[in-house]
Design a protein around this ligand. Structure first.
Ligand code: 48F
Length: 261
């Protein structure tokens, strides 16, 4: 019995990983924007891989604000809560709250259930750049990185990578640190996140969601940070709208291609 249990797990995981070494889209970071994008793309039959460095996807959504695990969402994103069957309560002035655990769990469930391959405990440490285009990500086990073990990574190939790593915007950072690139940002360079302004930040997150360098898209807080926009604090509508916009743009960029999914 023990042998069969081990064999089932090992063969299942390796088959999934092998199958996703080449994907249509690789999403780095399983916060709200990355998860929503994964759920939407997978539901459109796009072969989607999501890499999350922690054990549980969800990013900053679990914690709400200061560990108060309720999240605030504005009116313009309520249709997404309806779509994902997340309960919410009206709080006046166009604001709503939802239970952070229910909301986060629903996004994770839908991403996985719709067919995105989610790999946890794995982090992106570099990108593949070929002919001035990002064409994949270089990954390793997060514990390997944390223990500072000298172990080489492996690569996952995809024509489209989404940086959904939140505040650290790690994919864009590594691209800029290692390569002389010109980004589609103000000043053509990596900007840094500005202080909190909820309305401006929410607007900017959605506005700056898009392709920032050939083959590399940004969403959520990463879209905000790389464009030098304000953080928005504990309101999540912009993250959901950004994930939806990223999915729409990525999907549109594949027009005419045969999805692998
Ligand atoms: O930060 P995060 O939740 O990203 P987001 O979708 O949402 C931001 C909000 O949670 C909140 C906010 C708005 O209310 O300001 O912060 O933009 O999730 C990012 C995920 O990326 C993972 C990280 O563990 C987290 O779950 N991540 C970060 N770096 C890497 C990574 C990496 N190098 N490789 C893999 N995953």
């Amino acid at each position: 019995m023990e042998l069969q249990i081990s064999s089932a797990i090992v063969s299942d995981w390796f088959t999934k990983f092998q199958d996703h070494l080449q994907s249509d889209v690789v999403i780095v970071g399983g916060g709200p924007s990355g998860l929503l994008c994964a759920a939407e793309l997978a539901s459109r039959n796009v072969k989607t891989t999501l890499i999350e460095s922690k054990l549980a996807p969800g990013g900053g959504m679990w914690g709400g604000a200061m560990l108060f695990n309720s999240i605030a969402i504005q009116e313009s994103a309520i249709h997404i809560l309806d779509r994902y069957r997340i309960h919410y309560k009206a709080k006046g002035a166009g604001l709503y709250t939802a239970d952070a655990a229910e909301a986060t769990a629903s996004l994770i469930y839908h991403a996985a259930h719709n067919g995105a391959a989610i790999f946890t405990g794995i982090c992106m440490e570099d990108v593949l750049v070929k002919e001035d285009r990002v064409s994949g990500v270089v990954v390793n086990w997060n514990p390997v990185k944390r223990l500072d073990m000298h172990v080489d990574p492996i690569s996952i190939v995809a024509d489209r990578i989404l940086d959904a790593t939140g505040h650290p915007c790690e994919v864009v950072k590594v691209l800029c640190n290692k390569n002389p690139v010109s980004l589609k940002t103000p000043g053509a360079m990596l900007q840094s996140e500005r202080s909190m302004n909820a309305e401006a930040g929410e607007r900017a997150t959605v506005e700056h969601t898009g392709e920032i360098y050939p083959g590399l898209w940004v969403s959520g807080m990463a879209a905000c940070g790389v464009s030098g926009s304000n953080r928005m604090g504990p309101i999540f509508g912009g993250m959901l709208l950004s994930g939806m916009k990223a999915a729409d743009l990525l999907y549109a960029s594949m027009a005419g291609e045969e999805p692998r999914g």
